[in-house]
Design a protein around this ligand. Structure first.
Ligand SMILES: Nc1ncnc2c1ncn2[C@@H]1O[C@H](COP(=O)(O)OP(=O)(O)O)[C@@H](O)[C@H]1O
Ligand SMILES: N[C@@H](CCC(=O)OP(=O)(O)O)C(=O)O
Length: 375
């Protein structure tokens, strides 16, 4: 692996269940990063913990649930978090820099370019960019909520050589080890499978948010962006170096051979879907396994009010989201042609092309192999 890496540290590694920052842990991680920095690595840190660090100080007895309460807690906690990191990094002579991002900072081209330029300049000056979601302004529909996906998008944005998602478990197990005692660790993942999504559960602690599920989603984003990743634990001195060297306590994910085009990356990870199209099992099979476009015959129904050119989610009859794509039909046009042959559909509505979603504008939400084989 090369020398530009993104390290993500979760709330569960930095804070206690009762709320409040564990400064010793902050110092520990800063020292681990400093020793890589001293070896010439460019390190970007994506850190969670603002809400968990701030809620008690603000007077809540447990992690708040309502959005505006979490935002208020984050406003307090983010300052505490940065203060602790600044102090810890200064001890190693490293300048830390705060960067707060929201989803539009990735999806809007000029904002993404601005963020990239700032990050490149910080790295050039040997600083460590410390990134978190801008919790106080992120509105619900576009919020990451957990930082796993954010860290994967950052890794793709800066074309990192590796992403290291650190958590309180030493890897992805065949079941949540807190609930399945005989679960075993998965050492290496070459291709994501439905099985992996099934075994990855939610958060194990009261401060963590995404659990293993959001780490698998982050893996999908990074792998398809061409970035290999590690999900695991760094708990004693030297663990981060071992992880970077390839013998860490965790699970390694290979990057996909064919990374997604910029357009597909936007459709799959950055767009905000405007509605849903529900498809039958034949269409599901054609789209997921055979890399085909979605045709009117496979459509069951449409939900939401969307227009041609919008991004929509595609769902099967069991309520499972299969992926996202750009629709060439509006919601009402879809209602008029659902289940019809292509020939019949073209007689009923005036559209530019018969495919409802073309395979070139579609990203499957599960299996990397199929998704990238469409390229
Ligand atoms: N298959 C699995 N393998 C390992 N951990 C799992 C699995 N499924 C669920 N988990 C849970 O995910 C938790 C880590 O996620 P989370 O609490 O969100 O941490 P963080 O704050 O570090 O992001 C673990 O503590 C564990 O209980
Ligand atoms: N941006 C939020 C992240 C919330 C969170 O708990 O994320 P994570 O620990 O990565 O599951 C914060 O700093 O509190």
């Amino acid at each position: 692996m090369g020398k530009r890496i993104v390290v993500k540290i979760g709330s569960s590694s930095l804070t206690s269940a009762e709320g409040g920052l564990n400064r010793q842990q902050v110092r520990f991680f800063a020292d681990e990063i400093a020793s890589l920095h001293a070896k010439g690595y460019q390190v970007l840190l994506v850190t969670s913990g603002a809400i968990a660090a701030g809620f008690r100080r603000l007077g809540y007895s447990s992690r708040p649930k309502l959005v505006h309460e979490k935002q208020a807690a984050a406003a307090v906690g983010q300052a505490l978090l940065m203060e602790a990191y600044q102090e810890a990094f200064i001890a190693s002579g490293i300048t830390a820099a705060q960067i707060l991002l929201t989803r539009p900072d990735f999806s809007n081209r000029s904002r993404a370019q601005n963020a990239t330029r700032t990050i490149e300049e910080l790295l050039k000056q040997h600083a460590v960019p410390i990134i978190n979601e801008n919790d106080t302004v992120a509105v619900d529909e576009i919020k990451f909520g957990e930082n796993d996906s954010l860290s994967a998008l950052v890794a793709n944005l800066v074309k990192a050589d590796g992403l290291y998602i650190l958590t309180d478990m030493d890897g992805v197990y065949t079941g949540d080890p807190r609930k399945v005692p005989d679960a075993v660790r998965i050492e290496r993942v070459e291709v994501l499978s439905d099985e992996l999504y099934r075994i990855a559960g939610g958060a194990g602690s009261s401060v963590g948010t995404g659990g293993m599920r959001s780490k698998i989603e982050a893996a999908r984003i990074a792998m398809q962006g061409g970035v290999p990743l590690f999900v695991g634990q760094v708990s004693v001195e030297g663990d981060l170096q071992s992880a970077v060297a390839g013998n860490g306590k965790g699970t390694y994910f290979a990057s996909s051979l064919h990374s997604l085009s910029a357009k597909k990356h936007w459709v799959g990870f950055l767009s905000v879907p405007q509605g849903r199209i529900i498809v039958d099992s034949g269409a599901e099979e054609a789209m997921l396994r055979k890399g085909r476009s979605l045709l009117p015959a496979g459509i069951v129904a449409a939900e939401g009010d969307f227009h041609p050119g919008d991004v929509v989610e595609v769902m099967n009859g069991d309520g499972r989201i299969l992926g996202r794509g750009v629709t060439h039909y509006s919601a009402w046009q879809i209602k008029a042609i659902a289940g019809l042959s292509s020939e019949e559909a073209l007689k009923r509505v005036d559209v530019v092309r018969v495919e409802v979603i073309h395979r070139d504008q579609w990203v499957s939400s599960t299996i990397v192999k199929e998704a990238s084989s469409y390229e």
